[in-house]
Design a protein around this ligand. Sequence first.
Ligand SMILES: Nc1ncnc2c1ncn2[C@@H]1O[C@H](COP(=O)(O)OP(=O)(O)O)[C@@H](O)[C@H]1O
Ligand SMILES: [Mg+2]
Length: 596
Amino acid sequence: MNPLFKSKTNQTQDISTLYSIGVKYAVPYWKWYFWGILALIVTNLIMLQIPQLTKLIVNAISDGGEILAYSNTALSIMLLGLVLIVIRTISRVCIFWPGRALEANIKDDLFCHILEIPMNRFESFGLGDLTSRLSNDVTQLRVFFAFGALQVLNVIFMSSFTIVKMTSIDSTLTTLTVLPLVLMLVLTRLVMPKLYRATRDATEATGRLTNRVTEAFHHVAVIQSSAAMDAFVHRSQTESKTIFDANMRTVKIRNLIFPLMSVMAGLSQFSILLWGGFQVISNRLSVGDLLAFSIYVGMLVFPFTSIGLILSIYQRAKPSAERLAAIASLPKDSFVEHSNEIVASSTPSNDAAALLEVKNLTFAFPGGAKVLTDINFVVKRGSRVGIYGSIGSGKSTLFNLITKLHPPPKNTIFLNGVDTSTLDPEHLRSEIAYAQQTPLLFSDTIRENLILGFDPGEISESDLHEAAKCAQILDEINGFKDGWDTVIGESGVRLSGGQRQRLALARILLRKSKIIILDDVLSAVDMETERQLIAGILSKKSTLIIASHRASILEPCDEVLIFEKGTIIARGPYSAVKDKIANLAATEAVAAREIP
Ligand SMILES: Nc1ncnc2c1ncn2[C@@H]1O[C@H](COP(=O)(O)OP(=O)(O)O)[C@@H](O)[C@H]1O
Ligand SMILES: [Mg+2]
């Protein structure tokens, strides 16, 4: 968290409207607004004095008085101008600061929130769209709560102060000049819904384009090797065209509003000259008063025209708030609602024979067919359970449910007898080290990739070496020019598939968790390395669940479960299911050969 801005909430559920966002993120900074408003009032009061002083000088000239006697008045105008610079700057700083703080805090909160959401809940957004929401949409909110707030306050103070001053000069003239400005407001109000729709379309299309571009960068090799560049460029251009069209709609609407505003402002000046000039000729108004009046109207035009600007800022911020609320309202885990109760009941009871138990587990992804049906098995403390199954038989889904990367159904998975759906995911994951099928590495050094999740200093060099040795990667690390500080490139592109697997494995072994889950992670290593790896992992004495396509890896397991289409079709010690595995492997090999 940025030390300058401290989120006072760190809970993002209710940011569905600009009002709720304001209450949560802007109100805590009310002191800034308070000083800002004070400075703004002073600014306006000073500005109101300038036409009065000008009036004095002009009246003196028109009365043929001694002009030099007014040189002090002219000096005062200059001095007031200098003071204005300072006070106006202070008002800007004070009112813009909460906007910056709000931007930082919302980003912080949403970032933390996203890191805690089970992965399938935000998969539908796409990475580019998520990034676009966290940057563009948060910026819109900042503009609303900083620049928008300043404009609103400006309009309130400027127009009320100025109108009072103008009325004191000539009330009929005030009505005549303000009328066109009010008309301008009504017109603006009428076109705003159109502007809102166009802005929303443009923001959504930007999200889609960002998604497509991010994806293209990620998969650039696939695009190049499939010669799909033209198709990708074409699709991106279609998205760009949508953004262009939506933005052109907003530009057209704005270009309709702004000239209209000038026309209305012109009408106001016209009234001054016509009505005011007539008053001066008939000696009911001095020339100085007319000039002061004209300056006041000039001051009034800006706040009135900026009402249009304020409305357009509002129309941009509203859909942005909705788009961010869609992320903020994604539930984290059932754990969040009753965290106190959970932490108490999660204390591991080391007596339970079953360290992990899966009971009557049936699972389907939202809107999809069943992926797992009636799965039952027990993993005893210190035991080794193997899982064999063809691709798509539900092994990875099972592991994702055990580790709560996908939220598991209630009362189906138990750790130390406690239903994991009620467990704090972080607590659960500290007990289970899970090496996923696709090794996921960060574009950082080897060392940083290994100590992921630990504080520097928490892991000793000897621990690092031991984990790397056990994962059969130590010699290769030592062979790199920069050793442990070798940067492995985006997602580990500078490593071979096998090296990536073993590095990810070393990361798991470093954790010293009670349970180790390996999801087909040894597919890219040769037989000899595999033998040494298995020996190393077994020496860890952790409870082990291992999914593999290679029968040889499952040999040391106490129990092997055979998965097919999400059900367990056979189970038993390796020796009992060995033939079944061989048969399945042969059938699969035949099937693979028959694929045209
Ligand atoms: N995020 C997901 N959303 C919808 N269906 C999924 C998702 N992940 C996996 N599946 C489906 O679940 C089934 C099992 O997949 P998986 O668990 O990856 O099998 P395995 O690891 O045994 O190869 C597949 O049919 C797959 O299409
Ligand atoms: Mg899998």
